[in-house]
Design a protein around this ligand. Sequence first.
Ligand code: ADP
Length: 665
Amino acid sequence: MADSRQFDTSMPPHSSSALRVTSTELIHLLDISPDALLIVDREGTMVMANEQAAAQFGYRREELQQQPLEMLLPEHLHAMHVAHREHYFTTPRTRSMGAGLQLFGRHKDGTEFQVDISLRPVLLGDEPLAIGAIRDMSVQRRAERERAQQAEQIRLQAELIDLAHDAIFIRDSVSRVIFWNKGAEELYGWTSQEALGRISHSLLKTRFPSSLAEVDAHLERIGRWDGELTHTRRDGSLVVVESRQVLVCDVLGHATTMLEINRDITERRRLELAAQVVHDETVARLAFLQQILDALPSSVYLVFGADARLLLANRAAVSAWGAAWHIDQPMQEFLATHGIRIFDAQGRPLALTDLATLRAVQEGETVLHHQEIIRRPNGSSLAVLVNAVALDSSQEWQALRQPTGPLAQHTQHADTESVALVVHQDVSALKEAEYLKDEFIGVAAHELRNPLAVLKGFAEMLVYQTARGKGAQLAPWQREALEEIDTATSRLDKLTEDLLDVTRLQAGRLVLSRSPNDLVALTRHMVTQRQMTTRQHTFSLDTAHTSLVVEVDRARIEQVLTNLLSNAIKYSPQGGPIELAIREEVEPHAALVSIRDRGIGIPVGQQAHIFGRFVRAENARASEITGTGLGLFLSRELVERHGGRLWFESTEGVGSTFFMALPLL
Ligand code: ADP
């Protein structure tokens, strides 16, 4: 096996002399090589191929045996290859094939792929052969292409980093700058050339929120740090930055570099500072205003928005309400939370929309001297006169609601939202006086009742007995005087009864004893009675109903009808028709009685107040028609306590129509 020695390690790798091998050695060589190997003879016939070579081209090993090498090459290369082969066998040496050329193999399925081939001459016995080691280069080429793409991507990213407005730089493990983008050049004034290699925090004279050591420790522990830093630019000016720093570690976990991105927030800080100053001033002004308001004895508060949210309230307001109304809380919520209720002067619950405060913010109204009674959480009551003034929403106080102001949370509301200033004047003392007055009236009326009854009794007796011829005959003037006394005592009697009713109503002592009553029959009866007292007036009653049953205190409804019928007579001194009608109303289900006269009417200007206590219209006084101004007040109270309504329509000089609606059973 002398020839086999030439095959071993004594052969230099690029020797041009041919290896001399045995076929056994060749087969071994082919089988142990990880590369695809082909052995070709001078004619281009494949003498041997290993498994890797067959697999690379998609064949079984036997299929290549004794086949022309050209079957593994693309057709267009056949001719060129034949020439190359012949040339090679004339000067056989170890070399790579087609150096500088892109070589292609042809797979069994027809696809072509890039290959790299190295050739080595061998002598099998005396037969000159060539071993070709073939490497599929397509994978490598793809990897190269991908590497080129990645490089391009990195280049683009670097350009992007340069485009960023933020200052971005990278520091090595000892804080030396190793990358400095355009943003950093612009923000700090040093070029990349100048900054590279410098210790960043020395270059920028960084002022840390606490210390450099603390930031470093944090970075070490967490891997990133966010915070605010102050840097000094090249020109000496200061710049405040929002800094984000990230620690980059190698595979062994050792810190290698630090990425730092800094955003200039100098302007933002300046504006915030300015806003803070405004805020502080506003807070100071507000505190001063609060002091002044707190010194006032009356309850004062400011509300805004349709739901009357509280802006500001003084100390007296807390005691007036008996509870603390929180800033920004809507009025309704405040009242409901504390169980506070509000009534009118007559003690009727006031609807929310009727409250002076809400009228001012919702309608922009200026409400003056509105009487309201506050029933506090502890059950006590406070009578107040409320003045609510809608304010011009462009006014100075709007500063209270600026974004930086103490009431910043209100900024979600439109700037044009209405605001009202509300002042409560405690009128408990006045109310107390009024109560005492009512008490006095009640006592006086009560005390008057007995002597009046005696007077009336004797006057009636005198008239009656004289008429029957008992006792001495009276002179005509004496009879007239007696009749006058009788009428006057009747009037006084009615007045005292009315006064007593008023005090009973005020004190809530008026009790109704209700039972089902036919309103048609009752009205008819009253009309007949009244018709007997006058010749000047003609009563009529128009109704389609034979009966309409209402559950009422009969005496009280008679009192109301008597008052309305007497007024119709009294206030049409020229006489005329008095037309009554009774209808059935569907919504709400009620019986509606109307009484129409052709009398003096009620002047428009006084119509709104005519149901008040002791209120009389000018024209009634001017016509010297007697009255007390109590009848309508009592009538409305009585009707409303039955769940009904009393109202009127009237034109001065033309006549009036009064309407009474009572709920039907
Ligand atoms: P009085 O009749 O005793 O004055 P009322 O309370 O019954 O008291 O009425 C109050 C006022 O309403 C009257 O003074 C009068 O000015 C006006 N008034 C009431 N009814 C009529 C009417 N039918 N026509 C014109 N004015 C009326």
